[in-house]
Ligand binder design. Structure first.
Ligand code: 0X9
Ligand code: ZN
Length: 407
């Protein structure tokens, strides 16, 4: 008994030790950013971890370690960007959320073939759900098998189809950024809805990838709640991982430090997760009408490109379809997503998945959804928000698919 007690204690201690402590980390919130401040924020965001999507006219949020805090505060002061401390010590917040997540995982066991919206699901739980859903609906659902992640996890999604040849298709991926846990429930809700409604399957074939970065997502559960990147080590550096949303082969830009949260990788598609999605998009470019990457946070519907504010050829259609989605979201409970070009008012990006779909594969409608934030700073909305978010975002997704297939 004594031995068992010690083993349990060791296990608990072991898992606590494995988990990155955010003790002493602060979250700073700036005043609404002026246009003049944007280039400075852009530069800072290459080195420090800005959360959400820094946007002109809105406050920005940046997480800083105790060592980085004086550097960032000095830089903000020098640029005359006023700011306040939003969270003085992230450590206890993260610990509390982790304990809550663990307690919910134990008290709300996953039900077979039922997507849970009352708590976050682990990668293994989501993968099990995908397999059960496919097995239970063999006529309309099939396994989308894109291969393996760097650490060997399955890149599994679902294809939903009425089986007719020559159908147009639509694509959704969620959680390519590991810490954006509110995204996979949106992908699961899409699967639920399309399974339940044959008319949706008559519109198009649906491809849904609920966890696009399974290594990072798993690591955010086991080790570091705010992990963003992939988990492939970088040769010659102790900093692990690549930002998968800078790793696609569209205007891929090699600039970037290994330790940056937006490190683009050693080459375009150096990350197997991105290569797998890229290959799928290229192989299905003829049928794909719509590409959506689901991220958090900020309540945006972003359209290409991320590297220029120059309007793309079908910008009016992109805005019209995006607005149809935003209106449908707002109709549920009043949440207003703003429909914007990725580069205008935000930061410039290269090698993002939506731009790859649009720019390389000529997918007419390509978007990034930035869902609602919450919790300590933004990436951990409380589980009670999951249902609210999926309930309002699904009508937006439906409106978007209906619009893009009709136009
Ligand atoms: O920076 C990103 O990758 C996305 N924001 S996030 O806070 N989830 O990291 C925005 C990507 C928007 N699309 C492009 N810039 N092309
Ligand atoms: Zn993201």
């Amino acid at each position: 008994m004594k031995l068992l007690g010690s083993v349990v204690l060791l296990l608990v201690l072991g898992s606590a030790l494995a988990f990155k402590s955010y003790s002493g980390y602060q979250v700073l919130k700036t005043a609404p950013l002026t246009p003049a401040a944007m280039p400075y924020v852009n530069r800072l965001s290459r080195r420090f971890d800005f959360w959400g999507t820094p946007h002109v006219g809105k406050p920005a949020t940046v997480m800083v370690s105790p060592e980085d805090a004086p550097i960032v505060i000095t830089a903000l002061n020098r640029m005359r960007i006023s700011h306040e401390v939003l969270i003085a010590d992230l450590g206890p917040e993260v610990e509390r959320e982790r304990a809550e997540t663990e307690a919910l995982r134990l008290t709300l066991p996953r039900k077979p073939r039922v997507a849970a919206y009352d708590r976050y699901l682990t990668f293994e739980e989501i993968d099990a759900h995908i397999h059960e859903t496919v097995a239970a609906n063999p006529d309309v659902a099939s396994l989308l098998d894109l291969g393996l992640s760097y650490e060997g996890r399955e890149l599994h999604g679902i294809k939903l189809s009425n089986g007719a040849a020559g159908q147009k298709s639509v694509w959704f991926d969620c959680a390519i950024h590991a810490r954006e846990w509110i995204a996979p429930p949106v992908c699961l809700r899409i699967i639920d809805e399309v399974l339940a409604d044959p008319a949706l399957r008559d519109l198009a074939d649906w491809y849904v990838l609920p966890v696009a970065n399974p290594d990072g997502y798993s690591y955010a559960w086991t080790d570091d709640r705010f992990w963003r990147k992939t988990r492939r080590p970088n040769e010659g550096s102790s900093c692990v991982g690549t930002d998968p949303n800078r790793n696609f082969d569209f205007l891929w830009d090699s600039a970037g430090d290994f330790c940056s949260e937006v490190y683009p990788g050693s080459s375009a598609f150096s990350e197997p997760e991105c290569g797998a999605i890229g290959n799928f998009l290229s192989a299905n470019a003829d049928s794909l009408v719509l590409y959506v990457a689901v991220h958090s946070y900020g309540e945006y519907i972003l359209y290409p490109f991320g590297h220029t504010v120059e309007p793309v050829p079908n910008v009016d259609d992109l805005i019209a379809a995006g607005t149809a989605a935003a209106d449908a979201i707002a109709a549920v409970a009043g949440t207003r997503y703003s429909v914007e070009n990725s580069a205008s008012g935000l930061y410039f990006t290269y090698g993002a998945s939506d731009d790859y779909a649009y720019g390389i594969n000529a997918v007419s409608y390509a978007y990034t959804f930035e869902l609602t934030g919450g919790g300590s700073g933004g990436f951990n909305p409380p589980p009670s928000l999951i249902q609210i978010v999926v309930d309002e975002v699904w009508p937006g997704v439906k409106a978007l698919v209906e619009y893009t297939l009709a136009n």
